[in-house]
Write a protein that binds this ligand. Structure first.
Ligand code: ADP
Ligand code: ZN
Ligand code: ZN
Length: 734
């Protein structure tokens, strides 16, 4: 018996003999120890396939030493998925294996804790009022959650509501609650039972759910695009489909971008499906992740909710994958293999004969294109689900006109007027600034020198604590007192990021209570939830923030959303910049008027005629899509054509440049008879990150297969040619 083994850190597959004593224990996906190289040092590797036919003389094969005792075994399917990812994204087998197996070692399973209320609802309400009087914030949140649900999952509650063990102890002593601890192998039907009766779906929702269910029952394994405006009830449709799949004894993965994975969202699923649900996210420790994946592998749970990486949940009977907010950039991995969750989900769904549902209020151009061509089934929800909830009125303000009429403030007259009105009426306001610290860079007013990160080709950003920070690598320095170049004391931060906006807002509206949410104020664990919760509780009138505040949160008292400079994201060096802008503006507009009160949105912009902005103002996805598709077609960008980007990077600037020079000449020559166009090379944006220089070459073609071929041969050249010795190669086809 022979095995093919992928040895860690070596991107090749090696064959080994299985000694008789290990025969029953070696399966595909198991981690093993094998003698490797001259000294026969033991290396770890994964079994990627088993066979009876050696590719060499059998007596030359070394024998496998041992099955790694602490290793997680993966399904054969995950190995296949890794192979596919390696091919599709041009990664090494080890990188691909690491991705499909998020946790490598077994960690002793921990016990599961649950917070259980010991008092009646009336008593809890009394305690809540008392806590409100005393302004005990964590307790208020806890009592509210307990009123909704008598039992709460401990880990999630502690993490998301900012409740600590120390704050629970006195409540335990007073007999208000107890913490129940169960062994890992507990009875799965115990715990918190499903509490919420499902809502009655409206006609649109019913139609959408029925179409998917009929297709599932017919044994099809289709992909569907659920295009529904914000608040149209997509989540309810997901839950209806999940329930159908569970009835068939199959399992479900729900992807939600990390940023939208709030306590409220997760509890909606818990309330409906009880402890058949688990959640995985980046804040879990390795042990906790292992626990959750092990539960999935054992079949203790049927629904896994999480970001991108939840795709690799080892369910044996996967029947449905849902990708909520499918347009989100976070579904694209930044690490090799640079996979897109949508593509990997489609692959996993195919392997399992499972259904894939993509949901969004602003579908990606790629997905809508496929839906239009009939590749995906298209389901539409055109109205908000709650009766009295309407779409907001949108006002577009031309900032050039404001300036021409002498208004130099960050607030247009329209926005200021509406804000004053809202503050008087005690309604809430959100101010959205797309892109954190887009300014805030520091420069010398005398010589013009800008303070840059020594490791990255980007400006440092000023923070109020007097620290300059690099948002790419985290490098920090104190703000210098004088210009390091000319010695002038006239050195100061420029422009207006979210911090600056906060300052100016406080100055302009001294009567208002202001909260800010961006990467800086949410760096601490749990801070994200705390800010949202405080705003929800009405502890502030205005919430200022970046992207973070526009994603999926439901604030019934917000009736005004201001977008400070809508066109900033239009100038990102990326062919998707219009799409991103449209998405952000639409999502931001979706925040106003979620409750019973009507909402207004003010979009301030220097480019009021840009189609991404006019379409967003009219909340008209179709209009945006048609324009954008024309542009993509004209420019030969995806999905109208395929795009291959190849990045060569190196710590040595000349090495990256020389290698790229070789590569582009070689590709132009090698593929001169193919229908491709080569663009560039250009410098990465930013050019230098973490002391590594990045050069990028783009290759466009109508044919996807040609691009895959180019990538493969380019990679081969990179591996075999001396010129590429100190250079890292990365390539992605989209
Ligand atoms: P989406 O996921 O599309 O943003 P949600 O599923 O979160 O929409 O629904 C928005 C709001 O409308 C939620 O508060 C939800 O409980 C409510 N809702 C959804 N469907 C219905 C329905 N059929 N009847 C009543 N309320 C509904
Ligand atoms: Zn200077
Ligand atoms: Zn840096």
């Amino acid at each position: 018996m022979i095995i093919d083994l992928s040895v860690t850190n070596v991107d090749r597959v090696f064959q080994y003999r299985i000694p008789p004593e290990l025969l029953g224990r070696v399966r595909v996906g198991v981690r093993v120890l094998a003698p490797f190289g001259r000294g026969d040092t033991l290396r770890k590797g994964y079994v990627v396939s088993l066979s009876h036919t050696p590719s060499f003389a059998p007596e030359k094969l070394k024998a496998l030493r041992e099955v790694d005792p602490g290793a997680v075994s993966v399904q054969e399917q995950m190995i296949c998925l890794a192979w596919w990812m390696k091919e599709r994204y041009g990664a090494t087998m080890n990188q691909a294996l690491k991705t499909v197996m998020p946790v490598k070692s077994a960690v002793a399973p921990k016990e599961e804790k649950t917070i259980v209320a010991l008092r009646s609802r009336e008593e809890l309400s009394g305690l809540l009022r008392e806590a409100e009087k005393k302004k005990y914030k964590a307790r208020i949140r806890l009592y509210k959650a307990l009123l909704e649900n008598g039992e709460l999952p401990y880990r999630l509650t502690a993490q998301k509501l900012g409740v600590t063990a120390a704050s629970l102890r006195p409540l335990e002593e007073k007999g208000i609650l107890k913490i129940r601890t169960e062994e890992k192998s507990r009875d799965p039907v115990k715990g918190y039972a499903p509490a919420a009766a499902p809502v009655v779906l409206n006609e649109d929702q019913k139609r959408a759910a029925a179409a998917v269910k009929a297709s599932m029952d017919a044994g099809e394994a289709r992909t569907w695009l659920l295009y529904g405006i914000t608040g149209s009830g997509k989540t309810e449709v997901y839950m209806e489909l999940i329930s159908h799949v569970l009835d068939q004894g199959r399992q479900v993965i729900v992807l939600i971008p990390e940023i939208s994975l709030t306590y409220q969202t997760v509890m909606r699923f818990y309330r409906r499906f009880g402890n058949r649900v688990s959640i995985i996210n980046s804040r879990l420790s390795a042990g906790e992740r292992y626990d959750q994946l092990a539960r999935a592998a054992r079949g203790d749970i049927d629904i896994m909710i999480g970001p991108r990486s939840a795709l690799f949940t080892p369910f044996e009977r996967l029947g449905l994958i849902i990708i909520d907010e499918e347009h989100e950039g976070a579904y694209q991995s930044e690490l090799s293999p640079r996979y897109h969750a949508r593509e990997v989900a489609a692959m996993r769904a195919t392997m399992n004969q499972a259904t894939l549902v993509l949901g969004s209020a602003t579908p990606s151009v790629e997905s809508f294109y496929k839906a239009e061509r009939g590749e995906y089934g298209l389901l539409t929800l055109g109205r908000r689900a709650k009766k009295d909830s309407r779409l907001a009125r949108v006002h577009v303000v031309d900032l050039r006109e404001e300036l021409a009429e002498g208004n130099r403030s960050m607030f247009s007259r329209k926005l200021k007027e509406l804000m004053e009105e809202r503050l008087l009426r005690k309604e809430q306001i959100m101010l959205f600034m797309n892109r954190r610290g887009y300014a805030g860079f520091v420069s010398c007013r005398s010589c013009g020198e800008a303070m840059k990160c020594p490791h990255c080709d980007v400006s440092l950003t000023y923070h109020r604590d007097g620290i300059l920070r690099c948002h790419y690598c985290g490098h920090e320095v104190r703000m210098p007192r004088v210009c390091p170049v000319c010695g002038s004391p006239y050195i100061a931060p420029f422009g207006s990021g979210t911090q600056k906006l906060e300052e100016i807002t406080k100055r302009t509206f001294p009567q208002a209570r202001v909260l800010r949410m961006d990467a800086d104020t949410t760096a601490k664990k749990g801070a994200h939830e705390e800010i949202l919760e405080a705003f929800m509780e009405g502890e502030a009138d205005i919430l200022i923030g970046t992207q973070m505040i526009v994603k999926g949160h439901d604030f019934p008292r917000v009736t005004l959303v201001g977008v400070m400079a809508a066109d900033l994201s239009l100038y990102a060096p990326d062919f998707r910049s219009s799409e991103r802008t449209f998405e952000l503006l639409t999502q931001a507009s979706g925040r106003a008027g979620r409750g019973e009160l009507p909402g207004d949105v003010v979009i301030q912009t220097y480019a009021p005629d840009h189609f991404a902005i006019t379409a967003a103002a009219e909340q008209d996805y179709g209009q945006f899509y048609r324009q954008e598709f024309l542009y993509r077609k004209m420019m030969g960008y995806p999905p109208a054509a395929g795009l291959l980007s190849i990045q060569l990077s190196s710590r040595k600037e000349e090495a990256a440049a020389a290698a790229m020079e070789d590569l582009q000449k070689w590709i132009r020559r090698e593929f001169c008879f193919e229908e491709i166009s080569v663009i560039g090379p250009v410098n990465g944006s930013p050019y230098k990150v973490n002391d590594i220089y990045r050069k990028i070459l783009y290759i466009k073609s109508e044919s996807y297969d040609i691009l895959l071929k180019v990538r493969k041969s380019a990679q081969k050249r990179e591996e075999e040619n001396e010129r590429y010795k100190n250079v890292n190669f990365q390539a992605a086809v989209q």
